[in-house]
Design a protein around this ligand. Sequence first.
Ligand SMILES: *Cc1c(COP(=O)(O)O)cnc(C)c1O
Length: 447
Amino acid sequence: MTYDDRAPRSQELFARARAVTPGGVNSPVRAFRAVGGTPRFMASGQGPWITDADGRDYLDLVCSWGPMVLGHAHPDVLAAVRDAAGRGFSFGTPGEGEVALAEEIVARVPAVEQVRLVSSGTEATMSAIRLARGATGRSKVVKFAGCYHGHVDSLLAAAGSGLATFALPDSPGVTGAQAHETIVLPYNDLAAVEAAFAAHGEDIAVVITEAAAANMGVVAPEPGFNAALARIAHAHGALLVLDEVMTGFRVARGGWLELEARADSSWAPDLVTFGKVMGGGLPAAAFGGRADLMAHLAPTGPVYQAGTLAGNPVAAACGLATLRACTPDLYPRLDATAATVGRLVSEALAAEGVVHTLATAGNLFSVFFRAGAPRDYDEAREQESWRYAAFFHAMLDHGVYLPPSAFEAWFVSGAHDDNALDRLVAALPAAARAAATARPDSAEEYA
Ligand SMILES: *Cc1c(COP(=O)(O)O)cnc(C)c1O
């Protein structure tokens, strides 16, 4: 029996999907290319569990890539969404819900005095970059290899997981002119940042960085790295965008910035981007920062930015209910659950003698099949990622849904309870054995 025989309905749906959608998916990593086999078409979710079209349930360690921080179909969030939907879906006018969501964000993140709501993380970073260019009158952007900021043209150079998975150096369709304005540097390398500013300081509008890199697997910023980026950028009249789309409202109530401020509160980024958790599973994202900077945006300023569905009342209700349920007691629970999952996985792999490293940044974590935590993209790619395909499929077979790529973070939620961990514990021994006995060509077995 192959793994796919266990998912006949997903197979049927994948065939239908491939006829009408490129590769059968609306976001590339969902296609299982890195691990082989048929993607599971999910039909429902409840708490930490998701159920596929064949009626099999899985412990969910993807959580929609972050947004489902409370688990699926959380009762308070569901009630808020039903209530908002019952009052109409979209008006194209301002509404109270989007104000309340903006207030919640501003209250949680001291560096953010004002926010503009958008519909995806991509839009948030794209708009933040435009605003930074508009406000500084400069053109160049500094980003770090392995950091992903959505599929913004100028930010698609060396952009981590999706591209790491597909081994594409860059995307066709991004013009030389767009790429030319982007300077890509190694993550955690301040000497490279100093050198870039020494060479191009007058032209650099902005440095953008993930608050903690988690799209090449999890690679934590070294202590003081983000603060130094702010210092160097500001010394040259440039701005810093801290991308908290993944970390925001997940690693702490106030995001990664709250963790940084506990060690050093003497600095702040100019702009911050959010998405994922702040939408609670519906499309809502945001960018924000100092009020004087945000004033450059239309209609108060000349930098144009807009959205038909921006601040959508149903999405805003979902995001607001999610953030309100992200109470201070949630975060220690997320930290503990993430630590437990990481420890269990690491122990199981060690028991089978599999060389690996559990990499963490706050409660974000991922497993690298290499010795030692990587500090940049080159090191992150130096791993036996082929072991991951065997590990992934054995876990899937035992009812645990992991990210279908070795270059992605894993996610837990407040709903991941002891029952959920029991499923993980039961699945791990066979998966660790599969990782131990995998060969470099074994991904093909699942294809
Ligand atoms: C997911 C992500 C994005 C893109 O968000 P989308 O909503 O997928 O467009 C941007 N930055 C980071 C750090 C992300 O993790």
